[in-house]
Design a protein around this ligand. Structure first.
Ligand SMILES: *Cc1c(COP(=O)(O)O)cnc(C)c1O
Length: 412
């Protein structure tokens, strides 16, 4: 069957008819991508301001990463971890030195890496900290997003994410985000705490940036109480927020670091858990694993993807362009009745829409943005996340600022 003969509406109909309805996509059928741009099946070009939820920080189909993928695909794709392979050790050396850790445990998706971190933290707490078997508690934050597995949704407060998926995994304590006192209170009162897991900026919740000093305070408290500080940088990491890691803003070096998404530049599912020997050594042969985790394709691709971030100075770029973007959006918010305010760091930003009297306003704005050549998606009804690939140029960014401003004006 020649797909190119099908129209956009026919292709959407296929997804509707044969695919589970667990997403509500914007009505556009993408067919090709390059850098900051994607094209639909009719050849219309768009700026991508979602970047596959920050997985394509390096831009769509980055030639260096794609070359690595193609070369490795023709050589060796999967061996399982029953054997050594010629890429994994090189990657493990590269990624641990890149982020400053002694050990890495390779997985595929973000959720799997979060699950791995939870298992690692629990096992550490029994074997090293000396908690009583099955008593370990991990502290997490309200409005977190850490993925979709049964255990992870057990500590979600989003009804869509958790309703009717019980019974849930016990062992989690939910505290408010951006509140170090709340953390201290639990640490003081509860002797069974193994770890504290946090997104340095809450991405899915709508780019919630905590106060300066929050992460450092939490990190220090964790160390005071011999509790592991676990940072989920699946979305915030790898240049997105204007530093290599969002934790770098406060010089916090997490005990366990979780990465995913842009670790492969979006061409392959690659995730990782990084930690030091003292912690990682609790995993012994047979105690954790993944058929695809650490495969030679993933290993080769991840090295390339991280080289692109470093060589093209994408974190530094995100920092500078992010400042410009928020300045422009702040200007817009001053004169607009419907654009309330903007928040974010680097190129992870969110525009909050005043949707009083027009509940679906953010969705309708996104439909209009699509018409005007820019793809963005609302989160939690009234928030629009703006997160272009980090390879965007200043000139392109200002073109996009114009598209956004002109689109908002149409709704005033
Ligand atoms: C996307 C995301 C995940 C889950 O990653 P998947 O690859 O979709 O499983 C976990 N944590 C955070 C912070 C994320 O943004």
């Amino acid at each position: 069957m020649n797909n190119s003969k099908l129209t956009a509406s026919e292709l959407m109909e296929l997804e509707n008819k044969y695919g589970a309805h667990n997403y509500h996509p914007l009505p556009v059928v993408l067919d090709r991508g390059e850098g900051v741009f994607v094209w639909d099946v009719d050849g219309k070009k768009y700026y991508d301001f979602l970047s596959a939820y920050s997985a394509v920080n390096q831009g769509h189909c980055h030639p260096k990463i794609i070359n690595t993928l193609m070369e490795q695909a023709q050589k060796l794709t999967l061996t399982s971890r029953a054997f050594y392979n010629s890429q994994l050790g090189l990657y493990e050396e590269f990624v641990t030195q890149y982020f400053g850790y002694e050990k890495v445990l390779p997985m595929n998706t973000g959720a799997e890496a979060v699950e791995t971190a939870i298992k690692l933290c629990r096992k550490w707490s029994y074997e090293k900290k000396g908690l009583a078997e099955n008593s370990a508690q991990i502290i997490v934050c309200e409005n977190n997003f850490h993925g979709r597995t049964t255990t992870i949704v057990s500590f979600s407060v989003d009804p869509d994410a958790c309703n009717h998926y019980g019974p849930f995994t016990p062992g989690f304590i939910i505290i408010p985000f951006n509140n170090a006192d709340a953390l201290e209170k639990v640490l003081k009162e509860n002797q069974h705490i193994a770890g504290f897991m946090v997104e340095p900026i809450q991405g899915e919740a709508g780019a919630y940036v905590p106060d300066d000093g929050y992460l450092k305070k939490c990190y220090d408290l964790c160390h005071q109480y011999n509790v592991l500080f676990i940072a989920d940088e699946v979305q915030t990491g790898i240049g997105r927020t204007g530093k290599l890691l969002a934790c770098d803003y406060e010089h916090v070096h997490p005990d366990i670091l979780i990465l995913g998404k842009a670790l492969s530049g979006g061409v392959y599912p690659v995730s990782a858990v990084l930690s030091d020997n003292e912690i990682m050594e609790v995993f012994q042969p047979g105690q954790h694993g993944s058929t695809f985790g650490g495969n030679p394709m993933a290993a080769a691709v991840a090295i390339s993807a991280l080289e692109v971030i470093r060589d093209e100075k994408l974190a530094e770029k995100a920092f500078v362009l992010g400042e410009m973007f928020r300045k422009e959006m702040n200007g817009l918010c001053k004169t607009s009745k419907i654009a309330s305010f903007v928040r974010g760091k680097g190129l992870l930003n969110a525009l909050v829409i005043n949707n009083e009297g027009h509940k679906n306003l953010a969705w309708d704005i996104c439909l209009k943005l699509l018409e005007n050549g820019l793809l963005a998606k609302p989160t939690h009804t009234n928030i629009i996340r703006f997160a272009p690939p980090l390879v965007i140029t200043e000139k392109q960014l200002f073109e996009c600022v114009d598209i956004i401003k002109n689109t908002i004006i149409e709704f005033e």
